[in-house]
Design a protein. Structure first.
Length: 326
């Protein structure tokens, strides 16, 4: 997915380190989403929880868009023309619908519910994403992972993985990245990371062992879910600070609840993120934008019917780094 804001701003998000002593209680901050139109004739809207002023990163997870369930006959579905990425990986995860992916590595793939599609941009890649004609309801998440400095220029890559669900304690868990509930995804990450879909039966309560060195984010898609004492509603992201070795998820509703659990070791590098690019300096961003607009570095997407997306104008104020902890 492309960041479709017409005037993407860079947020100043540094702050004090998480150096408070670990306590028994799980500290959870509730992050609400903001609506961002994705562009296109009828402008499908996504709910963005990362980045935001209160929090820019959860581990190396640096971007979280949540959308649907959308009737594509009303919203027009997804049609994101070829656009570039650098310094990051994109994670596509659907609950329903289907998206056709094409990239400048030559990948042509269909993103389907319950199947991870992970694209590594490395130094530069471009791709298009279009919901298919057989899609009636589009519903899912689009997530980005920042690459650490030593792998920032990793080779372009595209991986697919359909995790076997784990069924336990009234829950169905699909671990697409990292380890949880006795399952480990075979998909390689460049920093310690967790990504899993967790569906809870009505009123089910589930306690999961987690890495105490990780910070976690629980995105609620559907239902009312209590995360270790803090109630979260649809489209909210509960941020659990590092420290606890277990998290408890309780479905407080009489319907199925669906969530996505993200986690990772705190990402200690400062990054500059603008539009679809991640760099370490404003110069990195300016160079990436120039390379895209002048047709270098990001390759070409074959088979998309239409012109590539132009980059927005750079802000007139200097780009500032974000991250190290907050
Ligand atoms: Mn994209």
């Amino acid at each position: 997915m492309s960041n479709a804001e017409t005037k993407p701003v860079e947020m100043r998000c540094g702050g004090p380190a998480d150096d408070e002593p670990a306590t028994e209680a799980v500290r959870v901050d509730v992050l609400t989403s903001r609506d961002v139109p994705l562009g296109g004739p009828r402008a499908m809207t996504v709910r963005r929880t990362l980045p935001q002023r209160a929090r820019t990163l959860i581990g190396a997870w640096c971007f979280a868009d949540h959308y649907g369930p959308d009737d594509v006959s009303v919203t027009g579905g997804m049609d994101v023309a070829p656009h570039p990425h650098t310094g990051l990986q994109t994670v596509s995860w659907l609950f329903s619908g289907e998206i056709e992916h094409r990239d400048s590595l030559g990948s042509h793939a269909y993103v389907r519910p319950g199947e991870l599609n992970l694209m590594t941009g490395g130094y530069g890649i471009s791709h298009s994403e279009v919901s298919t004609p057989r899609t009636t309801v589009l519903h899912g998440v689009q997530l980005w992972v920042a690459l650490p400095e030593e792998h920032r220029d990793a080779d372009r890559d595209f991986q697919h993985h359909a995790p076997e669900p784990v069924r336990t304690d009234g829950a169905e868990i699909r671990v697409f990245l990292g380890s949880l509930a006795g399952r480990t995804s075979p998909v390689r990450t460049f920093t310690p990371l967790l990504g899993a879909e967790i569906v809870l039966q009505p009123r089910a309560a589930l306690t999961l062992a987690v890495d105490p060195g990780f910070e976690h984010g629980l995105l609620v898609d559907q239902g009312e879910v209590r995360l270790s004492g803090t109630l979260l509603g649809p489209a909210e992201l509960g941020y659990a600070h590092p420290g606890p070795d277990a998290l408890t998820l309780t479905n407080e509703s009489d319907d199925i609840a669906r969530t996505v659990l993200l986690g990772g070791a705190p990402f200690e590098e400062e990054i500059v993120m603008w539009w679809n690019f991640i760099g370490r300096s404003a110069d990195d961003i300016v160079q990436a934008r120039r390379d895209w607009m002048e047709g270098r570095r990001f390759g070409e997407v074959q088979g998309y019917d239409g012109a590539p997306l132009p980059a927005p104008e750079l802000p007139t104020v200097p780009l500032k780094p974000r991250g190290k902890r907050r």
